[in-house]
Design a protein around this ligand. Structure first.
Ligand code: NAD
Length: 315
């Protein structure tokens, strides 16, 4: 990676990834793009361009203008929003990906896009979900993610494009609010703990899902992209996770820091149905053995850091 184009750069992942990439590779080497602009540090700390990823010509022109050699494609509609707007999700998630792959092919770029635990479905084994297994999701987001994984593998086999991807679990971060995913509760609960001492969860007790702290997700993207290509047999996409938790587990970790924290429930049937179709815990052995995936934060370490950072931001 030398000159990197990032789409969807103002989102939950992009807003932290761009800053990290600029630290590692140099500010001028990371071209951030998004559909919208804002007074965000992303738009001021290095090159920033407005870009709608459904506009192939505009994406091609920006890639050419900056002579990028890597595309990190993040722009997408997330699981809960995609279920509300399935047609928009198909057009953005598949159309945007196809455009980004075509630009990468024409420019000879290395390519990364995230998949998700949403790429699994109700018939997937739920515990210790293998890297290679049944993927028959019943959500539009899941359909997009499986199709995306296959499309990226297709571009690798057909054109030799160096495509790589991760099946992210729910990502937890304190800098940018999440963008309409099923695991958003696991971010909201920390903010509510600091500001109100209580939280009402839309996800039911005993619903275990995989999660990971954002610093580990950023490290995973960079480590995978820098890995020796000949060691990768899976490419699109690797299971990665740091913990499997339900709302009670997070609440217990919060109570170790904020003893009176109260958790109650008002389950949202739509988001619960999506959560119920996902695995309880996924197996990240392929990521560990093929490119050395090793998350640093478990639930306790993440909880301490989240509460401390959110507390600092409230001051
Ligand atoms: P987000 O919703 O926070 O951000 C998406 C960004 O894309 C936003 O800044 C939005 O303005 C932008 N965008 C929307 N439509 C666009 C368009 N037409 N053209 C250009 N930009 C557009 O999403 P995120 O959480 O940062 O997720 C990024 C990727 O990671 C997605 O592919 C998502 O499916 C995947 N992922 C995220 C998580 C998670 O927990 N955050 C988990 C698994 C996978």
């Amino acid at each position: 990676m030398d000159k990197i184009l990032v789409t969807g750069a103002l989102g939950q992942i992009g807003s932290e990834l761009v800053m990290k990439l600029r630290e590692v590779y140099g500010a001028d080497h990371v071209v951030a793009t998004d559909l919208r602009s804002s007074a965000h540090e992303i738009t001021q700390s290095g090159p920033f361009e407005l870009l709608d990823v459904t506009n192939a010509k505009a994406m091609f022109e920006i890639a050419k203008q900056y002579e990028v050699d890597t595309i990190i494609h993040l722009a997408a509609l997330l699981s809960a929003t995609a279920e509300e707007k399935p047609l928009l999700a198909w057009n953005l998630n598949m159309g945007g990906l196809m455009n980004a792959l075509e630009v990468a092919r024409e420019q000879g770029c290395q390519f990364f896009t995230p998949s998700s635990i949403g790429a699994f479905g109700p018939s997937t084994p739920k515990d210790n979900t293998p890297q290679d297994t049944i993927q028959r999701p019943n959500t539009m987001y899941g359909v997009n993610k499986v199709s995306g994984e296959l499309l990226c593998d297709y571009y690798f086999h057909k054109y030799g494009l160096d495509t790589r991807g991760l099946r992210f679990p729910g990502l937890i971060s304190y800098m940018t609010p999440p963008g309409g995913g099923t695991t958003d509760y696991a971010v909201e609960i920390y903010y509510a703990a600091v500001t109100a001492g209580r939280y009402t969860s839309y996800i039911a007790r005993d619903t275990n899902m995989d999660m990971m702290y954002m610093p580990d997700a950023l490290d995973a993207i960079i480590t995978l992209m820098e890995a020796d290509s000949s060691r990768l047999t899976h490419r699109n996409s690797f299971n990665v996770t740091a913990m499997s938790v339900d709302p009670e587990a997070i609440a217990a970790a919060i109570r170790a820091e904020i003893p009176g924290f109260v958790l109650d429930y008002d389950v949202d049937p739509k988001r619960q149905a999506i959560a119920d179709s996902w695995p309880h815990s996924i197996d990240a052995t392929a990521a560990r053995t093929e490119w050395g995936f090793q998350p640093r934060y478990d639930l306790q370490a993440m909880t301490k850091d989240m509460l401390c950072k959110i507390g600092e931001r409230q001051l």
